[in-house]
Design a protein around this ligand. Structure first.
Ligand SMILES: Nc1ncnc2c1ncn2[C@@H]1O[C@H](COP(=O)(O)OP(=O)(O)OP(=O)(O)O)[C@@H](O)[C@H]1O
Length: 299
């Protein structure tokens, strides 16, 4: 579903690469945690999948397409197949829960009848039945994130990217959000979640890909995330990609699988279409606005 083939991303030639020779495969239907300290490259990886950034070297494939070769007029179609959720929810403050989710369908021209049927269904999936008419400020943080997730899946994306979706939430609320994401994944959507949250990673026991200084240092089935992994990154300016004092950054940890191998445990439970999972977009007016709806990726 997502393949990185020896991908390097350099933002600034005087700094170390944000991603350095990253190779990995995420199969359809997998749930993958992307972990690593601040600055390790998690968000960059997500932006490359969305073609918000371009790889300096190497190739990114999404649903079999080389992202670099997708012409700009087809990028919205790529993004429609990818739901995105952020730490800060990015809801439209003056629209109700229903309208926030419906908006993701309106922008891709879904009919009112389809919207009327689909929105309550997806609100039920995320556990927000009966809250259709609330405004975002009338919801708890966890509920607001559920709205964002509903919006991200309402158009049935094949992939859901979540960048620190529990970063603003307390541990109990975070676990509720993880149950929602797990359910969406069980329904067939491939989920890639960037996180710093050890407790969540350790509770879920899903595949863990760990980045350090832009390199994959661990790719483990049913992995855990130790607090010691939260080491500061090598200072960016004028340094090499990997610190000599940090052997873990140069070699995979014991017991891990190759970064480019496919975990046998990875299931392929089928497409989002089969599942009833749905997708949506980010905030009004943003680039990720285009990450709404229907799609190439889920085709
Ligand atoms: N637009 C940009 N221009 C220049 N450098 C950037 C840009 N975006 C990210 N970087 C640099 O690339 C590296 C990786 O950043 P990235 O945001 O991908 O890390 P991250 O793991 O997502 O961090 P966090 O957990 O804090 O969000 C960092 O050194 C960062 O400073």
């Amino acid at each position: 579903m997502i393949t990185f083939d020896n991908v390097t991303k350099v933002y600034d030639r005087k700094s170390r690469p944000a991603l350095n020779s990253v190779s990995l495969d995420v199969d359809r239907g997998e749930f993958v945690f992307l972990v690593g300290a601040s600055g390790s490259g998690k968000s960059t990886l997500i932006r490359l999948v969305l073609k918000e950034e371009h790889a300096t070297r190497g190739t990114v494939y999404v649903a079999g397409s080389n992202v670099a070769k997708i012409p700009s007029w087809r990028v919205p179609r790529l993004r429609r197949g990818i739901g995105v959720v952020f730490q800060d929810f990015r809801l439209l403050p003056n629209k109700t829960v229903f309208a926030n989710v419906a908006f993701a369908m309106q922008v891709i021209g879904r009919s009112r009848a389809v919207i009327r049927d689909s929105v309550p269904e997806v609100l039920k999936t995320v556990g927000l039945e009966g809250k259709d008419n609330r405004l975002p400020h009338e919801l708890s943080g966890g509920e607001q994130q559920r709205v964002a997730i509903a919006r991200a899946i309402v158009n049935r994306p094949g992939i859901l990217l979540a960048d620190e979706p529990t970063g603003n939430l307390d541990p109990t609320t975070s676990l509720g959000i993880m149950k929602v994401l797990d359910r969406i994944n069980q329904n067939g959507t491939t989920v890639v979640m960037a996180t710093h949250d050890h407790d969540i990673v350790n509770a879920m026991r899903k595949r863990v890909i760990e980045l350090r200084n832009g390199q994959v240092v661990r790719d483990e089935r049913e992995g855990i995330y130790l607090a010691t992994a939260m080491q500061p990154v090598v200072p960016a300016a004028g340094t090499d990609a990997v610190s000599e004092k940090d052997p873990a950054a140069a070699a995979p940890a014991a017991g891990t699988v190759s970064a480019s191998s496919r975990p046998e445990a990875a299931g392929t439970p089928g497409s989002a279409e089969q599942s009833g999972a749905r997708q949506g977009s980010a905030n009004e007016g943003s680039a990720k606005q285009n990450s709404t709806a229907g799609s190439e990726v889920s085709e």
